[in-house]
Design a binder for this molecule. Structure first.
Ligand code: ADP
Length: 389
């Protein structure tokens, strides 16, 4: 009994067997109960027509009855053997892929994420096999991302920590003077670590979809103006021109102003950082009914349909190759690691910005004609009318 409870194959086989036995028994019972009466009736008709004796007819009836029983027995045995063979074949077809999936899932649980099952047909079991493979693929990707994240975080921590350590050692050995400049360099590294921790916290919230948005109706022109004026001094310092070509009358948007400000400052800050002196950064706004299709994304991949507000930040800076564009929103991705780190960047800013824009049901995309030809970062945000007060 235990073997049947634990094996699907046996359960299927048993169910077939029950069907066969029930079939054979009902056939035999029907033959046993119905055949004599039917034969009697037909024999009586024949006897009347042919004028035979009653004794001969009784013999004939019995012979017929035996013949029918014999044929039934042979037929039932044949049906039984055929059913056993067919059920064995079908049972194997069902159980084999299930067993393969069971074995593969055990290997995946043991950490072998490259495990896949072979899928051939089109039926539900094959569909299950394909879903299983998709799940295994996603698990492998998650594991890969987890490993990479740990590696990246360790790498990000190593540089500031070793720089703090060497300053401390220098101070202890008397090689470095205990003066404000030395302490300022330590403070800079500590600030970098603090920023990294804040970014990581924010990233983990964003990736878990746990960013709480405090949305309100906002005038995008005013929001842009605030962002632009906040960074204007840095642009002036680096001698990069900053121009805003946004009309003062834009439709209001329903967003979290602090979060949108964070996105704008990240994009404008990047534009400034990756544009050499003498360069130009332009902010443009428009209200469109079709979504931007930068980055090769389908234009209709936004959940909202028209109208939507498009804000583009275009710079004349170092630009990006097609390969770099494909990775630009990945966490810790930096085209030029030393240059970005020097500016305090950890390569998380754009990842967070993308999550923030998407949390507003919008989209953030990047495009560039190529290296040294500038880049454009575009925010698409759905526009809807504020509720009537
Ligand atoms: P970081 O803090 O390192 O700037 P981001 O996530 O904001 O991190 O940006 C990731 C990387 O994308 C940067 O390190 C840089 O290589 C590239 N990048 C971002 N903005 C631009 C831009 N406007 N022009 C060229 N490259 C850019």
């Amino acid at each position: 009994m235990n073997i049947i409870r634990r094996h699907l194959g046996w359960k299927l086989f048993l169910s077939y067997l029950i069907v066969i036995v029930v079939g054979v028994v009902s056939l035999a019972l029907t033959a046993e109960l119905q055949t004599p009466a039917a034969i009697d009736r037909h024999m009586a008709q024949m006897a009347t027509m042919m004028g035979g004796s009653t004794g001969m007819m009784t013999d004939l009836t019995e012979s017929f009855s035996r013949a029918v029983n014999e044929v039934l027995l042979v037929g039932a045995s044949l049906a039984f053997v055929t059913a056993v063979l067919v059920s064995t074949f079908v049972t194997r077809r069902i159980v084999k892929p299930v067993q393969a999936m069971k074995a593969a899932s055990q290997r995946i649980a043991a950490g072998r994420y490259d495990e896949r099952v072979q899928v051939t047909g089109e039926d539900e079991l094959s569909e299950l096999g394909r879903s299983f493979n998709r799940m295994a693929h996603e698990l492998a990707r998650t594991e890969e991302r987890r490993r990479q994240l740990i590696g990246d975080v360790a790498h990000e921590l190593r540089t500031p920590l070793s720089s703090i350590k060497s300053v401390m050692e220098g101070l202890q050995d008397g090689v470095l003077p205990a003066e404000p400049q030395t302490f300022a360099s330590v403070e800079q590294e500590v600030n970098r670590l603090q920023r990294l921790v804040q970014d990581l916290e924010e990233l983990s919230r964003a990736e878990a979809g746990q960013i709480r948005l405090e949305k309100e109706w906002v005038d995008p022109a005013a929001l842009l103006e605030t962002a632009v004026s906040r960074l204007r001094p840095q642009f002036a310092d680096k001698q990069v021109s900053l121009e805003s070509r946004c009309p003062p009358t834009l439709p209001t948007i329903h967003v979290d102003p602090a979060r949108m400000m964070q996105v704008l400052l990240n994009l404008l800050g990047n534009a400034l950082q990756y544009t050499p002196s003498g360069g130009r950064v332009t902010v443009q706004c428009s209200v469109n009914s079709e979504h931007s299709s930068a980055n090769g994304l389908p234009a209709n991949s936004l959940p909202h349909t028209a109208p939507f507000l498009q804000i583009s930040i275009k710079d004349s800076g170092i630009g990006l190759t097609a390969d770099q564009l494909a990775h630009i929103f990945e966490r810790f991705y930096r085209v030029d690691k030393s240059r970005s780190r020097a500016g305090g960047g950890s390569g998380i800013g754009l990842t967070i910005s993308k999550h923030l824009v998407e949390a507003h049901h919008g989209r953030l995309t990047a495009s560039s004609p190529g290296v040294k030809q500038g880049s454009t970062f575009t925010i698409d945000l759905p526009v809807s009318a504020p509720p009537a007060s």
